[in-house]
Design a protein around this ligand. Structure first.
Ligand SMILES: Cc1cc2nc3c(=O)[nH]c(=O)nc-3n(C[C@H](O)[C@H](O)[C@H](O)COP(=O)(O)OP(=O)(O)OC[C@H]3O[C@@H](n4cnc5c(N)ncnc54)[C@H](O)[C@@H]3O)c2cc1C
Length: 399
């Protein structure tokens, strides 16, 4: 009982500290967005505040949060708060914290000691990269993708990945590569992803280079999700995490899907807060249409919060099968709630809220782009297939 109260008090102090930091991060977000720069100072501040290792177990000096630690909601609430400051920062943070979850779940004791030490004591940053879309877009001549082959006591990775979040900021990346050929985990061609390896790559390796010319997107600019090239990069067996096929066979992507929803919701909450202050300052709160917009935003945001809590509770009570599908349901619903909230905000506030330095302009660009991370049509069809008892892909929603 006392331990429970202590833990609650510690978490509430942590959220207060995070909230103060997030106000600073919100002020920096515009600069990172304009220059498409990794939010390095934000990560430095999180490290200095002891908040940089949320999903590292407490036995290794972290906060012990997340689906393996058994305190999933606290992690997602942290993410939501960061996303309300800067959605790009939240994407980099998700990549970092999700990678640590994978190490905790699948890494050997030696790997945990080595890598968690770097995170907790040196502020090292992690990310996980699959991104090898197979179909070129019009005008695209380069084919993205990696090959991986066995050599000596390790693996050689050759080729390129895109959407490599935190490319210029992370120290380590978990490369999701497929022994069957290009495609990563998302577009794996091996049977059920059985050939997908997780290889921890130290990004300072001279065979790894970043091509920043590819990443010039409408939103999520500060995620620096560049094209990364691996020129026969050697990765020793000691840096392979888990067994081939573990990522898809054990359904790890499903633990990270609702994490996206936490980020979407954070963006929505920022738009909602902005709208409340804006319309009150302009004395528009008596307008019936504005009232309806505000009402719709309030309900949307609260609905998203309830769904996050519901899914987190399922993970933490060990109801994993239910948690997996509920996570996709939440991911689907929160995408729409968040997009609607931003739309309500813009309609209630008017054109000037889309003029910088208003953050709504960036929030709208970022959210519109970030929700493309998965295809909502396929998510919904997957939920339908599950309800119908049909075979379905809970990780990447393949048709
Ligand atoms: C901001 C951002 C950051 C990201 N960061 C990372 C990261 O750090 N690590 C990482 O691994 N990935 C990351 N991703 C990439 C993501 O994992 C996807 O690979 C990426 O969104 C694919 O780009 P695309 O939509 O152009 O690709 P495509 O694969 O071309 O998909 C385009 C559309 O076609 C649909 N489609 C694809 N195949 C079929 C088919 N056979 N039949 C019908 N429809 C199909 C897709 O569902 C999608 O809607 C990130 C994405 C974003 C937006």
């Amino acid at each position: 009982m006392t331990a429970h109260i202590d833990r609650e008090a510690a978490q509430s102090a942590m959220f207060e500290e995070l909230s103060d930091l997030a106000d600073t991060f919100a002020r920096r977000a515009d600069g990172y967005d304009r220059t498409a720069t990794f939010p390095a100072e934000d990560f430095d501040d999180l490290f200095a505040a002891g908040l940089h290792a949320p999903t590292v177990p407490r036995s290794h000096g972290g906060l012990g949060l997340g689906p393996v630690g058994g305190d999933t909601l606290a992690l997602w609430l942290m993410t939501k708060r960061l996303a309300s400051a800067d959605l790009s920062l939240a994407r980099c943070w998700e990549g970092h914290t999700n990678s640590l979850v994978l190490i905790d779940a699948l890494g050997s004791e030696a790997q945990k000691s080595r890598w968690f030490d770097g995170v907790v004591h040196r502020g090292e940053k992690w990310v996980a990269w699959s991104g090898e879309p197979r179909s070129p877009k019009p005008g695209e001549v380069r084919r993205f993708g990696t090959t991986v082959r066995r050599e000596g006591d390790g693996w050689v990775v050759d080729g390129t990945k895109v959407f490599a979040t935190s490319a210029t900021g992370a120290d380590w990346a978990i490369l999701l590569v497929d022994m069957a050929g290009p495609g990563g985990a998302r577009n794996s061609t091996s049977d059920g992803g059985a050939g997908v390896l997780m290889l921890a790559c130290e990004l300072a390796d001279p065979s790894v280079s970043v091509d920043s010319s590819w990443w010039d997107p409408i939103g999520m600019r500060a995620t620096v999700s560049h094209l990364v090239r691996f020129d026969n990069t050697f990765i020793p067996d000691s840096q392979r995490i888990g067994e081939a096929g573990d990522y898809l066979r054990q359904g790890w992507q499903t633990a990270f899907i609702p994490h996206y929803a936490a980020s979407f919701l954070g963006a929505a909450e920022a738009a909602y807060q902005y709208a409340l202050e804006y319309v009150m300052r302009q004395h528009k709160g008596t307008d019936a249409y504005v009232q309806q917009r505000v009402g719709a935003m309030a309900v949307a945001v609260e609905t998203g919060q309830l769904w996050l809590k519901h899914v987190a509770d399922l993970w933490d009570s060990g109801r994993t099968d239910e948690a997996r599908m509920a996570g996709s349901r939440a991911r689907h619903l929160v995408e729409h709630l968040a997009l609607d909230t931003v739309d309500h905000c813009v309609r209630a506030c008017g054109a000037r809220c889309l003029v910088r330095p208003s953050p709504v302009e960036r929030i709208q660009r970022d959210l519109m782009f970030y929700v493309r991370h998965d295809n909502d049509d396929h998510i919904l069809a997957t939920i339908g297939r599950n309800a119908l008892g049909e075979p379905h892909d809970q990780s990447f929603y393949k048709p």
